[in-house]
Design a protein around this ligand. Structure first.
Ligand code: NAD
Length: 494
């Protein structure tokens, strides 16, 4: 059985805890590897290595740091396909989806290459006679990232690119369900010239996370995962004096108004609901259809669903792969099987695929859902699109704003004035106008509102730079400088 171990000081390091987790191939249902799960003592040892690497890394010039990130970008670009195979093997997503994830992750690496411009402070000359005032941003120290199973390459890149470019050393605790992508990326960082200890990977479960949350040498924690754990990480981390950004779950609504192009809306909803088997925090899980077009829209949705080709990522014609685990597949199936009893209408039931050895479901479509039903109130995180019929734009907006989550949302309309009003009124962090999955580009920041994010800094982009640095303001007065020397060499930065 293949064993996946930790990555410390640019080397693979075998775990010593005696505890391991199972890594499955979701397309076959078979265990394909075991992953070491770190003990508290192993976490402490990695934190010590990260702490030791910090002073030299912090002192490394920004252009040198950027040079390493540029090389990382080239290596990731050259190895997209190989990295994608790990995602298909351990997560199950089909290659086109895996390559899309990697492409969006690389955008964060590209953003971080601009670190010399991103770390600029401000300068005020002559704040008073002979006195200048300026602001600088400095790294925090050792920072940690804890990531979910559904984006094993992209979400780590959301975090570590900015974290290490700002001069921090970074410990990644990836999902134990698909841990290989982070090991592959760690080796690319080594090849790019990243010094020992700047990026370490620690595999583990609750024991490792709990130690990271209380250890005095961890300065900040970035978390992406489900809402109950995000809340726990935020509360425990902040109680222990850490800066925390914790992104949680979602229930994303797509409001379709009567003037929308219904074919475009149906294509968008089907793509955004079933892509990656619905295991995306930005997946559309509820279509809000205004009454007058609801029947027509459901017909269009229902006609598209049977065309989706479900299969393993090794089959080039497959468009949707399996779910991450047997337990998760069964939980998703239970929402579909219970929906009729709650009063909803199951238009397409994809649970017959649950008989396969792999963790598959076919796409399901459920109409007439309402608040109070489990399939509406809870995050399903699977290939299930629900439809709620609403009387008006106002009722649709109220439904979205009454929901406990506020990650993403979208409106489909041709009316610019209504779209603008929606963007103004909706209580959600990321809004699409005729765009179903509005994941911000890397030079904006990613994050939801309400139960979808705990903390006040969103992830990556400018807020990522703020999160991984702290400000300092210097007030300075100098005597007249009289020193100078002749130097005919071309001035350099390094
Ligand atoms: P999860 O919360 O189960 O796990 C996330 C991380 O927390 C993993 O590294 C895991 O090892 C760790 N963890 C799990 N249980 C823990 C515990 N009891 N104590 C401490 N640590 C624990 O999430 P998941 O199932 O891996 O990912 C799916 C969830 O992530 C969904 O809810 C999805 O919406 C959410 N998600 C959110 C975003 C976002 O940006 N808001 C992005 C991707 C995924």
């Amino acid at each position: 059985m293949q064993r996946i171990s930790h990555w410390v000081n640019n080397k693979v390091v075998a775990g010593t805890s005696g505890r391991t987790g199972k890594v499955f191939n979701p397309a076959t249902g078979e265990q394909q590897a075991e992953v070491d799960l770190a003990s508290t003592a192993e976490v402490d040892a990695v934190i010590a290595k990260s702490k030791a690497a910090f002073p030299e890394w912090r002192a490394t010039g920004m252009s040198r740091r950027a040079e390493i990130m540029f090389r990382t970008r080239e290596l990731l670009d050259a190895n997209r396909k190989e990295l994608a195979t790990f995602l298909t093997l351990e997560h199950g997503k089909v290659p086109s989806d895996a390559l899309g994830e990697i492409a969006r992750g690389i955008e964060n690496i590209e953003f971080a290459c601009g670190i010399p411009a991103l770390m600029k402070g401000g300068y005020s000359e002559q704040a008073s006679g002979g006195v200048d005032v300026y602001s600088i941003r400095q790294p925090l120290g050792v920072v940690a990232g804890i990531t979910p199973f559904n984006f094993p390459a992209m979400v780590p890149m959301w975090m570590f690119a900015n974290a290490i470019m700002c001069g921090n050393t970074f410990i990644l605790k990836p999902s134990e369900k698909d841990p290989s992508a982070s090991m592959f990326i760690a080796d690319l960082l080594r090849q790019a010239g990243l010094p020992d200890g700047v990026f370490n990977v620690l595999h583990g479960d609750k024991e490792a996370v709990d130690r990271l949350l209380v250890h005095p040498d961890i300065q900040s924690v970035s978390f992406v995962g489900s809402t109950p754990i995000a809340k726990y990480v935020y509360e425990t981390g902040t109680k222990n004096g850490k800066r925390v950004q914790a992104l949680g779950g979602a229930k994303n609504h797509m409001l379709v108004l009567p003037d929308a192009d219904l074919d475009m809306a149906a294509d968008a909803a089907v793509s955004a609901a079933y892509g990656s088997a619905g295991e995306r925090c930005m997946a559309v899980s509820v279509v809000l259809a205004v009454d007058s077009i609801a029947d027509a829209l459901i017909e269009k949705l229902a006609s598209r669903v049977p065309n989706i080709k479900v299969g393993p990522g090794t089959d080039p014609s497959a468009e949707m792969g399996p779910l991450i685990s047997r337990e998760h597949r069964d939980k998703v199936a239970s929402y579909i099987n219970n929906a009729a009893g709650e009063g909803a209408t199951v238009v397409i039931n994809g649970t017959d695929k649950a008989k396969d050895a792999g963790f598959f479901l076919n796409p399901s479509l459920i109409d007439n859902v309402k608040p109070g039903m489990k399939c509406y109130d809870e995050e399903i995180f699977g290939p299930v699109l629900t439809v709620m019929r609403v009387k008006s734009y106002a009722e649709g907006l109220k439904t979205i704003n009454d929901n406990e989550f506020g990650n993403g949302t979208a409106i489909f309309t041709r009316d610019g004035g209504v779209a603008r009003q929606f963007q103004y009124d909706v209580q959600v962090g990321m809004v699409g106008i005729n765009v179903p999955i509005p994941v911000p580009v890397s030079y904006y920041s990613f994050g939801g509102w309400k139960a979808s994010l705990f903390g006040d800094q969103h992830m990556y982009g400018p807020e990522g730079i703020n999160f991984f640095t702290r400000g300092k303001v210097v007030t300075s007065r100098w005597p007249d400088p009289r020193t100078s020397a002749v130097d005919l060499g071309f001035p350099t930065n390094r």
